[in-house]
Design a protein around this ligand. Sequence first.
Ligand code: ZN
Length: 136
Amino acid sequence: MNEVKDLNTGEKFAHASVGNLHNFDGKLFVKDATGATSCEISFGTLPSGASVPFFHSHKENEENYIILTGAGKFQVDADVFNIAEGSVVRVSTACDRNLKCTSSEPMTYICIQAKEGSLGGYTMTDADLTQRENLL
Ligand code: ZN
């Protein structure tokens, strides 16, 4: 069973791990470990033939599902579509969602939950190139 481990933190960062994703098992949320203030990130897996045991919706947060392994189906309200490794699905607030693994291998995914409409600057509109000695 995977678990969230705090690895190291500094004044400006937090580093946690959910462990090996190839045999990932369960559902883990990492916000508490990293102290994230802008989103919640969770890792989940579904064995072959399984779906999340409930539908749910969110009041303020959209969700972005990133499928890492496996394949299956995603349902948003009455819409059903196929998903597979590499799929990225954004789901708005106020709608029901669920996913099911239909591949023989487990479906492992990341879900990033953040307040809908909160993204201001992004990528290069929010980034500044800086001068720093490379210590890597
Ligand atoms: Zn959710």
